[in-house]
Design a protein around this ligand. Structure first.
Ligand code: SF4
Ligand code: FE
Length: 483
């Protein structure tokens, strides 16, 4: 099958038989649910953009296994150029959607499995890579969206998986059969889970021999028997149930996360990519983290939208010429482009793994993600500063269209220039959505904790920095000779 269109993607999702709960009830129709639909539209954008000639170079690639043209989200990076294009694609889509478009985690899972399955086979004489490549071809030819599922609920954080009072707090194998394995556990915070065709499960932390039942990676159709999705709430989510669009801020797109429960789910052997190989979990987690930390290029694109919204709000308030406003906008751009430097740099300094896949520079990917845990908060602070208090005291769209109150809102929310009150309300609602509402999940909290919380990057930075080289440089310059 050639690359899917957005329409084919939506049509395909309708055929899935997902078990999804939200607000205590099972959903009959996931695709048309008003709370979920904007997130589906954001993923659909990754299909739509791949068909636009002006974005073909970033959004598509040539498969190294079939030679076919594929969506870059299913591609295995074959060069530094591919890695750079991945970062640019993230920014582009962040700017188009103003939110999390959800498809990166699966791309990062495919790439890390291409490396680790190969490394396991080299050392252990297994055939994981062959199984994986067969699966990869299926994903590429079907142009699927894959949910990359890594984060376990983790229970008692001070204990390893095998010592947890509840053994299911990390996903594990509970039964081995001739045809496959049975797994039990859950994956938390799963971005775009119910917009995905497939779910690719990976372990979440480095493991020892005693944890070997937890050292498991596999892929399943998203609607495999025994998988249950429980939707996470977002701040202001029920605004999507209200009449009118204005109060949503972003009237087209959104993201979503879910808790995914694996209630004794069967996985056939041809979809098992790691089975009890505990010595390889560390490299899988680290390499995945580096890829996914690079993926936070998306926040640069979302930052573009927030900067554009802030400048617009300033112009609507007739204060865009004030020197302190100009300086704040410069600061926002400085922070946002610094993030761009990080995601381009870790890609540009990428390298070829033994299997041929290109990995990013891990130190620089961690530096980039560490910046992402901070700068979107600073950019949001400045956006709120420029927006003014009206952003959080605005009455609703219904008050604007009401004959009793609308005239007062028109009168008092016009800022002296010829911009109608409704447009002023629209731009303020967008800033509210991105810094306090549903999209703040993606732009702020996910910047903090997605792809690992700040401390995880600091540990990696301390491990990856070449301190000996720095000390040698310093000692040499001041005449210390200890050799
Ligand atoms: Fe992709 Fe960014 Fe969403 Fe993660 S937060 S899935 S990197 S868009
Ligand atoms: Fe994420």
């Amino acid at each position: 099958m050639p690359m899917m269109t957005a329409e084919q993607y939506e049509k395909g999702l309708r055929k899935l038989n997902l078990v999804v709960y939200m607000f205590g009830k099972q959903l009959d129709n996931v695709v048309d649910d008003p709370i979920i639909r904007p997130s589906m539209q954001a993923v659909a954008k990754t299909y739509d953009m791949a068909h636009r000639p002006e974005h073909e170079d970033l959004m598509t690639a040539t498969s190294h296994i079939t030679g076919n043209k594929i969506n870059r989200f299913t591609h295995i990076h074959q060069s530094v150029e591919d890695l750079v294009k991945k970062s640019k694609m993230g920014r582009l889509l962040g700017r188009e959607t103003g939110c999390c478009f959800q498809r990166c985690v699966g791309m990062d899972a495919l790439n890390v499995l291409s490396i680790v399955t190969y490394n396991m086979d080299q050392k252990l004489g297994t055939d994981y890579n062959q199984r994986f490549l067969k699966y990869l071809e299926y994903v590429q030819e079907s142009d699927f969206t894959c949910d990359g599922a890594m984060t376990d609920p983790k229970g008692d954080r001070s204990l390893p998986p095998h010592k947890q009072p509840d053994p299911d707090h990390y996903l594990h194998v509970v039964e081995e059969r001739d045809e496959g394995i049975v797994v039990r556990g859950a994956k938390a915070h799963q971005t775009g889970a119910v917009n995905s065709h497939e779910i690719i499960v990976m372990p979440t932390i480095a493991m020892r021999q005693e944890d070997r039942d937890y050292a498991v990676s596999f892929a399943l159709p998203a609607d495999a028997e025994g998988i249950v999705y429980i939707m996470g709430r977002q701040s202001c989510d029920t605004r999507k149930l209200e009449a009118g669009l204005l109060d949503r801020g972003n009237i087209f797109f959104g993201g979503h996360e879910a808790l995914v429960v694996f209630d004794d789910v069967f996985v056939p052997w041809d979809r098992v990519f790691m089975y009890k190989e505990f010595e390889f979990v560390g490299q899988l987690v680290e390499k995945f983290a580096a890829f996914h930390r690079q993926s936070y290029a998306c926040k640069v694109g979302v930052g573009d939208v927030l900067i554009g919204a802030s400048q617009t709000a300033a112009e609507y308030n007739n204060v865009a010429g004030a020197s302190h406003i100009k300086d704040k906008i410069i600061e926002m751009n400085h922070l946002n482009e610094t993030l761009y430097c990080g995601c381009i740099a870790c890609a540009s300094e990428g390298f070829k793994e033994d299997c041929g896949t290109y990995s990013v520079n891990s130190l620089l990917a961690n530096i980039h993600k560490q910046n992402v845990t901070r700068f979107p908060y600073d950019i949001s602070r400045l956006a709120q500063d420029i927006a003014g208090g009206l952003m959080v005291t605005l009455p609703s769209e219904q008050d604007l269209i009401s004959p009793e109150t609308g005239k007062w809102l028109e009168k008092y929310y016009t800022a002296g220039c010829d911009v109608p009150a409704i447009n002023r309300m629209r731009i303020l609602r967008l800033i509210e959505n991105m810094t306090l509402g549903t999209a703040a999940v993606g732009y702020l909290t996910e910047s903090m904790h997605g792809a690992g919380s700040p401390q995880a990057q600091r540990i990696m930075i301390s491990r990856l920095i070449n301190m000996a080289e720095k000390k040698r440089a310093a000692k040499k310059l001041c005449g210390i000779d200890e050799e």
